[in-house]
Design a protein around this ligand. Structure first.
Ligand SMILES: *[C@@H]1O[C@H](CO)[C@@H](O)[C@H](O)[C@H]1NC(C)=O
Ligand SMILES: *[C@@H]1O[C@H](CO)[C@@H](O)[C@H](O)[C@H]1NC(C)=O
Ligand SMILES: [Zn+2]
Length: 303
């Protein structure tokens, strides 16, 4: 959240609140201090609309009218920096305006940061699962509502953040679009506290990291998957996957936590749906019978 420039006392106070909110000062992790204990310190993590979830295709409501997400500026090279925050490799946008809108999103959202979740082996790593299937890595691109005064306010609004997620699959060949990132990982092996330890990345377009023309996604309402677990996130989990080679993934597994252990398996287990409905902008069953044609009360509840 280093984008915020405190200008007034009010802004400073807000900044202090955000620090608490995003728990930069309170320790949490994925091992002894793991997800089952988060709610002891961060009560929102024990609420009922949490992320990630297991997406079950047979229970997804396909809705043609959701349409495509419009990605603005994803094709333009921008300035970014990367750091090991002890929980993930996090990339912040330092200059460049990248937005998403449409696709059933309740507004226009600006890209703030992206980060990764991965496993110690290829059988796990993703946060979301699809029909119970886990993937070796998942990337999250976190956007905040542009009509919010700032990121801090967005964290307090329903739908204040829009996160898009992509799963990875292992490919024979390297995915060279990731060279800009992976070549910097050896410089952030160890966790260092503070934004000043960020390493600049060579400029590239965010879209280069993604599959070509990604357009099929699942949609549901949930939370941040890390403390403080605020239930303010519109999730779009894409069907199209990103290639990464075993060698490239092994570079992520070399990063270390604040305790000096391996930073891997940094994913939260799936959380109960508790009656939430998962929608999709594509026909999951791959037939012409759009489920939206049927009457369904539970679906409308989500709108
Ligand atoms: C969404 O994008 C895909 C791929 O670009 C395109 O084929 C499709 O027609 C688009 N759908 C809508 C509703 O615009
Ligand atoms: C991803 O990897 C698979 C298998 O290794 C390959 O067939 C496919 O062409 C790759 N896709 C892209 C977009 O590079
Ligand atoms: Zn994430």
């Amino acid at each position: 959240m280093g984008e915020i420039q405190p200008r007034t006392c009010a802004a400073l106070l807000l900044l202090a609140l955000i620090q608490v909110n995003t728990a930069t000062s309170v320790h949490w992790g994925y091992e002894n201090d793991g997800p089952s204990r988060w709610s002891k310190i961060f009560p929102l993590c024990g609420e009922t609309r949490q992320s990630p979830i297991n997406i079950v295709n047979s229970k997804v409501y396909a809705r043609q009218k959701i349409g495509n997400i419009t990605m603005i500026g994803y094709d333009k090279p921008i300035t970014m920096k990367i750091r090991n925050n002890g929980h993930t490799a996090r990339i912040d946008i330092t200059r460049g305006d990248v937005f998403i809108t449409n696709g059933g999103l309740p507004g226009k959202y600006k890209l703030l940061q992206l980060h990764f979740h991965w496993g110690s082996d290829n059988g796990k790593g993703s946060e979301h699962t699809i029909n119970g299937e886990r993937f070796p890595m998942e990337v999250h691109l976190v956007h905040y509502l542009t009509s919010a005064a700032n990121v801090g306010e967005a964290l307090t609004l329903p739908g204040g953040l829009a996160a898009i997620g992509f799963m990875f699959e292992i490919s024979e060949d390297d995915n060279n679009e990731y060279d800009n990132i992976i070549s910097k990982l050896p410089q952030i092996t160890e966790y260092r506290d503070g934004d000043i330890f960020s390493v600049p990345l060579a400029e590239f377009a965010i879209g280069d990291l993604l599959p070509n023309n990604p357009c099929h996604f699942y949609r549901y309402f949930g939370s941040l998957t890390t403390p403080s677990c605020n239930e303010i996130v519109v999730w779009s989990v894409f069907k199209e996957k990103i290639n990464i080679s075993e060698r490239q993934l092994s570079e992520f597994r070399k990063l270390m936590t604040s305790e000096g252990g391996h930073l891997q398996n940094n994913f939260r287990p799936v959380q109960p749906l508790n009656g939430r409905v998962v929608q999709a902008n594509f026909n999951v069953a791959d037939t012409d019978d759009w489920l939206e044609e049927k009457e369904n009360d539970g679906m409308e509840k989500e709108e």
